[in-house]
Design a protein around this ligand. Structure first.
Ligand code: TEU
Ligand code: CA
Length: 607
């Protein structure tokens, strides 16, 4: 059989001078390479160089929904500890814990009242230390979530700011302003909250008379800090040190693009856009179809996000991290467009990684996927940073459901009982296929708890179960993120599917979860769980993380095809089977009934 693919040599200097030259496909024979076993010294080098900060596969634990020990239906650290072995066995390198700090839980813990403690619903600092020790014994590094843009309104600094009154040093730690209009009853500017409504809430003075307004990019119970204030900067350096000294391996930095606001807080030219600047790409906006380098480039001019002043903050954090050995990691959560702007967060003296949310929003379309991978990788390459691939997290519709929706959708802001329901079978097939594509790409990758089970979004949650503040602030226009935060199924036959000893779960689990419980998939050859385990093992074996990517040309536009080191990867994003090139298929995301043919909605790894 003739291989239907040929290498594209992108570099004009190496391609014989005829532009994008093609070469006949020749197969790498990994067996002919003499693998050099890394000696103990090489391992030490890798450790000291901090290679993990470029290559790790990180598993996100959302503690509320991971595992519950005390039976109250809310996950906790004591519940997570005995479950870590299952995560280590999956073959990941690290875990990232979403916030476990003391918090009124107005936004699932992203409203922090004390940055140096653990909320009683999650346990104690001793539980945290035990979790850290257990993870390290299992060979897992631990990244924790840092929420520097805002605190909870229950953080002691906030009531002090309200009580301190206008012009007080306490108020200067947050962003208070007088309102507009004769009586100050209009917000200071037109900035929208990402969760709906205005980004400003008015306070009431001690005498009962309406007073100044304070800024909150998210819920009104999440006041934004004033990062121009040196006290705020000093406080966070100290918080970083607190957890570094306890032994954490890194930080995921929440809304890293929003700490600094444009001087003078001018009106934004496009409030509707800024309200969704980090929210849904629906595919309905023609701009969503533009190349990623153009799409939403206008967001750059927003006075709310991605101000140049944020970078000196991350430089100071990196300088602190650099005093620790082996290297600790900073990963930016920043919905920033275009890729070249995002890459500024991962310059050599700033963070190590930034989530590639353009990739997360890749539509099921080979040409677009290739373009997004190429453009985002090029932007990172330009600053010497790895690309940090991700398909799901606690803020987005799970990819097994997202990819089961029709059309060239980017990402909807929740799916509910009144919406068109995703095609579960198609969604899972495409999710498995796109996951295998992701895990074959060079760089680092993040997995969200439950995706290794192929969990779908809970799309039938009743409104009375919802907790996401974005649901309430938009009066239900946005359903919010509860559907991806449903407690995990561990054992199909136990109450609450093993999540909690009492069977209680803070959100109801959909019926489909039972068949997807971990114990139903463990050791079952074609299960999603075993596919993830195999992919993570082969990824290591074939040194996928630090190999180089070459696109392969196919006569069929619906095929995404590339080589990364030893691996050749083909993903069929069309509707007809396609011929496979020569070589052995070492892993496939779905059944391959006809020898030599790759069915639609399937990815294969070939050596
Ligand atoms: O998310 C920031 C962010 O951009 C999200 O608001 C996202 O776009 C939104 O959920 C879409 O509806 C971080 C956290 O990951 C998120 O859970 C928090 O709610 C938010 O910050 C505020 O801390
Ligand atoms: Ca609990």
């Amino acid at each position: 059989m003739t291989a239907p693919l040929s290498d594209v040599v992108d570099d004009p200097d190496s391609g014989g001078g005829q532009g994008a030259a093609t070469a006949e496909l020749t197969r790498d024979e990994p067996a002919q390479e003499t693998p050099i076993e890394p000696g103990p010294l090489a391992e030490v080098d890798k450790e000291q160089r901090g290679d993990w900060t470029r290559e790790a596969v990180v598993y996100q634990i959302y503690p509320r929904s991971f595992a519950d020990a005390n039976g109250d239906g809310i996950g906790d650290l004591a519940g997570a500890i005995p479950r870590l072995a299952a995560i280590a066995e999956l073959g990941v390198d690290a875990i990232w814990l979403s916030p476990f700090y003391p918090s009124p839980q107005a936004d699932g813990g992203y409203d922090v009242a004390d940055y140096r403690d653990v909320d009683p619903i999650f346990g104690t600092v001793d539980d945290f230390d035990e979790l850290l020790r257990t993870a390290h014994e299992l060979g897992l590094r631990v990244i924790i979530d840092l929420v520097p843009n805002h605190s909870s309104d229950a953080h002691p600094w906030f009531p002090a700011a309200v009580a301190g009154g206008p012009g007080s040093p306490e108020r200067a730690r947050y962003i208070f302003r007088d309102g507009k209009g004769a009586t100050g009853d209009e917000p200071p500017n037109n900035w929208p909250s990402v969760f709906g409504g205005s980004a400003w809430t008015r306070t009431t003075d001690a005498d009962g008379i309406p007073g100044q307004w304070y800024l909150h990019f998210f819920d009104s119970r999440q006041p934004d800090f004033n990062w121009e204030n040196p006290q705020v900067r000093a406080e966070f350096l100290d918080v970083l040190k607190f957890w570094l000294d306890r032994g954490v391996d890194g930080f995921r930095v929440d809304v890293a693009n929003s700490l600094i606001k444009a001087a003078g807080l001018p009106d934004t030219p496009d409030p509707a856009h800024d309200a969704g600047a980090m929210g849904a790409v629906t595919g309905a906006d023609p701009a969503d179809q533009l190349p990623v380098s153009d799409r939403k480039a206008r967001a750059v001019s927003s006075p709310m996000f991605d101000q140049d002043g944020v970078h000196e903050i991350y430089r100071s954090w990196r300088a602190l991290l650099n005093t620790y050995s082996p290297p600790r990691l900073l990963v930016a959560e920043a919905w920033v467009q275009p890729p070249a702007r995002l890459a500024r967060y991962v310059r050599p003296d700033e963070m190590h990684q930034a989530f590639n949310f353009d990739f997360l929003q890749t539509p099921w379309h080979a040409g677009r996927a290739r373009q997004i991978i190429t453009e985002t990788k090029a932007a990172n390459d330009a600053v010497g940073a790895p690309t940090t691939w991700v398909l799901s997290n606690h803020d987005v519709v799970r990819h097994a459901s997202r990819l089961g929706l029709p059309g060239l959708l980017g990402r909807p802001s929740g799916i509910g009982p009144r919406d068109q329901q995703p095609d579960a079978v198609l969604g899972l097939a495409r999710a498995r296929a796109l996951t295998l594509t992701m895990l074959a790409l060079p760089g680092s990758a993040y997995l969200y708890q439950g995706e290794e089970l192929g969990l779908p979004e809970h799309t039938m949650l009743p409104d009375h179960s919802r907790e996401d503040p974005s649901f309430f602030r938009t009066r239900g226009v946005e359903l919010g993120r509860d559907g991806c935060r449903v407690p995990l199924p561990w054992e199909a036959d136990k109450p609450g599917l093993g999540f909690s000893p009492t069977g209680q779960t803070w959100l109801p689990q959909p019926e489909s979860f039972a068949g997807l419980a971990r114990d139903r998939q463990h050791g079952v050859p074609d299960s999603t769980l075993e596919m993830y385990r195999a992919a993570l093992r082969l990824r290591r074996e074939y040194e996928v993380a630090d190999s180089s990517l070459t696109w392969l040309e196919s006569a069929n536009d619906d095929i995404l095809a590339f080589r990364n080191g030893f691996l050749m990867v083909l993903s069929n994003m069309g509707s007809e089977p396609t011929e496979l090139p020569e070589g052995g298929v070492v892993l496939a995301s779905g059944d391959m009934p006809d020898a030599g043919m790759l069915p639609p909605n399937t990815t294969a790894w070939i050596v």
